[in-house]
Design a binder for this molecule. Structure first.
Ligand code: ZN
Ligand code: ZN
Length: 254
């Protein structure tokens, strides 16, 4: 499995792009940085997007990609979203006002985009990948993913505050090669992190204590760019073992 970090930030600025992890050039986990990083040819090779939740920084390139891909794909780009997230995409983006309904364009028979709802807790297939969506703690319906290509398995927390089921699922996984976890706000903004369903370095440390790790690394993402220096300072003080912050452009082979 080849994992490319197209974006791993909680906001967009020069040198900061929002959450988007590309697996083997074929599947994207969240769509925060597809159109700014991939060429049209590379974008046309992405068959599946799996979305953790409906927040703008995670879905923003779904509408932009749909528009770009008309005439460049033989089959629809499949967007896998929880039922609530799928409804938000239909009602709030592809509603003919904010953006055209690309699930019916260029034709109803062969649209450029297909939205496929999934149920949190129920495994589904996205291309050749098995995906387990596990509910996490966030103001909208939101999931973390356990994704496997049959050989390597990775975990991605999605946006979440302190949670339980996802860590249980991670602990049940034998073949995990990497765990990607959000960390958004510095300790000084603990209250904001709590009400918005995010982690600080302090709550991250408490969450990781729930995980029985067997040597695999933890990669952090979704840092709010305005607080990045403070976040790094807070994290350093905790001296967590085998935990590091992702950088845009990172590439891994598992
Ligand atoms: Zn969010
Ligand atoms: Zn987010």
């Amino acid at each position: 499995m080849r994992l490319r970090i197209l974006g791993c930030s909680g906001g967009e600025l020069p040198r900061h792009r929002t959450t988007c992890f590309l697996v083997d050039g074929r599947l994207a986990i969240d769509a925060g940085a597809l159109t700014a990083t991939l060429t049209l040819r590379q974008l046309a090779r992405v068959d599946d997007i799996i979305l953790t939740h409906s927040h703008f920084d995670h879905v923003k390139d779904v509408p932009l990609a749909a528009d770009l891909l008309i005439g460049h794909r033989k089959t629809p780009l499949r967007v896998h979203a929880s039922s609530e997230c799928a409804a938000t995409l239909r009602d709030s983006i592809f509603n003919g006002r904010l953006w055209p309904d690309f699930t019916r364009l260029p034709t109803r028979q062969n649209p450029v985009l297909q939205i496929r709802p999934f149920t949190p807790g129920k495994r589904f297939k996205a291309g050749r990948y098995a995906v387990d969506p596990v509910a996490v703690h966030h103001p909208v319906e939101s999931v973390g993913f356990v994704l496997s290509d049959g050989k390597a398995t990775i975990g991605v927390s999605g946006d979440t505050g302190p949670t339980t089921a996802f860590w249980k699922r991670i602990n049940a996984e034998r073949d995990l090669v990497a765990l990607l976890v959000e960390m958004s706000f510095p300790n000084a903004l603990q209250r904001l992190a709590d009400v918005s369903g995010h982690l600080t370095p302090n709550t991250l440390a408490r969450e990781l204590a729930k995980v029985n790790r067997n040597g695999y690394p933890v990669y952090l993402y979704h840092l709010k760019p305005a607080y990045e220096a403070e976040l790094r300072r807070d994290l350093r003080k905790l001296a967590l073992d085998n935990v590091r912050i992702l950088a845009m452009g990172d590439e891994f082979h598992f």
